[in-house]
Design a protein around this ligand. Structure first.
Ligand code: ADP
Ligand code: ASP
Ligand code: MG
Length: 421
């Protein structure tokens, strides 16, 4: 008997009909002789709608109460899904994250899983039932409070349960056929990838390919969980995310995909004295806010003034806090002024074969130049090149780069549901 963890995203359970459709699929998996644990997200765009609602009540919604509100979304879908399964004659029991033993740290809004003890889930399986678990939520023992794992966090719930229960596979069901060479909503010519290494998937997820949440990919890699991304709307094969063992050779495409991200902003610190220790001082201030900064660029200083500019990117959601921390320490840090730009887009080209292939950067920059798209920042890793452009050119940038690297397929990529929000 296999143990299968299946995660259904919001787009797969958007309404009552979809919940019934998904329930049938789950029952079929159970009837085929498998033990089944299901992780479910909130219906459709429920989480976004709850965030909007909170923002109407107060612009500063955050922390404990926001998590309390958002976790309600998954409670609705888990209970409805369990009811739908029972109505098909199969036993099902739903559990909140805390009932399922998902223990996290206390960081509201982006809690990390510290322990998983799915005793009740195991007991439900032993009793022959299907266990349904609310995604994206956990419980902190110290505070006794409910936490959320960050947007897209149901993927992490599924992987964490798969690891703790020693599942054979963790299937992520969504509204596209798998992981594509680019977001099918942006690039209709995107091609489905049959197998991708977790290393490449991590880079794509980090760069904004939200089909898998980065922390879920990290967790799966660390615990050796096999991820299988599939559409809940058909029986197509999907994408396997594989963890090649040390020394095992895999065929590595030069480029596996292009991703983009519009959730970041750029802060430029103008007039920084070009003396040793300044960068350390400034980024210590930034670090004190806990913001996740990404690209950093320091310009050459002007000989006449000995002053330089430093720019970096960070999530828009951290923009206000970081600007305030810098402003509060302006006198100590000794810079002139701050500029904030939230109209940037980031594009990343990912591929393990890049390691051994010269000329990838040149080809990328040429493709953008020929499309008249200006590059504002550049950063690279062993298997990724990222550039920052204006936000309104980002989709065009993704399409021309996808095409320049020969990734365009012959068929139009299908999107079966969801609003893309
Ligand atoms: P779910 O509701 O199932 O969690 P998400 O909206 O989180 O679904 O993720 C699926 C979406 O991810 C797709 O509809 C697609 O628009 C987007 N996406 C972005 N990049 C990619 C990619 N490289 N491959 C597939 N989908 C992608
Ligand atoms: N419902 C949560 C969100 O929309 C978690 C998830 O769907 O993975 O972010
Ligand atoms: Mg998702």
């Amino acid at each position: 008997m296999s143990l299968i963890v299946q995660k259904y995203g919001g787009s797969s359970v958007a309404d009552a009909e979809s919940i019934k459709r998904v329930a049938k699929r789950i029952v079929e998996t159970r009837k085929a002789g498998n033990e089944v644990v299901v992780v479910v997200s909130a219906m459709g765009d429920t989480t976004d709608e709850l965030v909007d609602l909170a923002n109407q009540v107060t612009p500063l919604a955050a922390g404990r109460e926001l998590d309390m509100l958002l976790t309600a979304g998954e409670r609705i879908s888990m209970a409805l899904l369990a009811m739908a399964i029972k109505s098909l004659g199969q036993e099902a029991r739903s559990y909140t994250g805390s009932q399922a033993g998902l223990i996290t740290d206390a960081k509201h809004g982006s809690a990390r899983i510290v322990d998983v003890s799915p005793t009740r889930v195991r007991a439900a399986l032993d009793a022959g039932a299907i266990a349904i678990v609310a995604g994206f939520q956990g419980f902190n023992r110290g505070t006794g409070d409910i936490t959320t794992l960050g947007r897209g966090g149901s993927d992490t719930t599924a992987v964490a349960l798969a690891a703790a229960l020693n599942a054979d596979v963790c299937e992520i069901y969504t509204d596209v056929d798998g992981v594509f060479t680019a977001d099918p909503r942006v690039v209709p010519a995107a091609r489905k990838i049959d197998r991708i290494t977790s290393e490449e998937m991590l880079e794509l997820a980090a760069a904004g390919a939200k089909v898998l949440y980065i922390r879920a990919v990290e967790y799966a890699r660390r615990h050796g969980v096999t991820l299988h991304v599939r559409s809940s709307f058909n029986n197509n094969e999907g994408t396997l995310v594989v963890n090649p063992k040390d020394g095992e050779s895999v065929e590595e495409p030069i480029i596996s995909g292009v991703a983009s991200d519009l959730s970041e902003a750029k802060i430029t610190i103008v007039g920084v004295p070009d003396v040793p220790g300044k960068a350390a001082q400034i980024f210590t201030i930034v670090a004190s806010t806990d913001a996740n900064i990404d690209m950093i660029v320091q310009n050459v200083s002007t000989a006449a003034t000995g002053l330089t500019d430093i720019s970096f990117t960070l999530p828009k959601s951290d923009g206000g806090t970081v600007l305030k921390a810098l402003e509060d320490n302006k006198a100590v840090a000794g810079f002139d002024s701050l500029q904030y730009d939230d109209q940037i887009g980031k594009l990343a080209l990912v591929g393990a074969g890049m390691r051994t292939n010269a000329g990838v950067s040149a080809k990328l920059f040429t493709a953008l130049f020929e499309a008249g798209i200006n590059i504002e920042m550049i950063s690279t890793s062993e298997i990724r090149i990222s550039v920052v452009t204006r936000a309104d050119t980002i989709n065009e940038a993704v399409r021309v780069v996808h095409s320049a690297f020969g990734l365009d397929g012959d068929e139009e990529a299908q999107v079966y549901g969801g609003t893309g929000r």
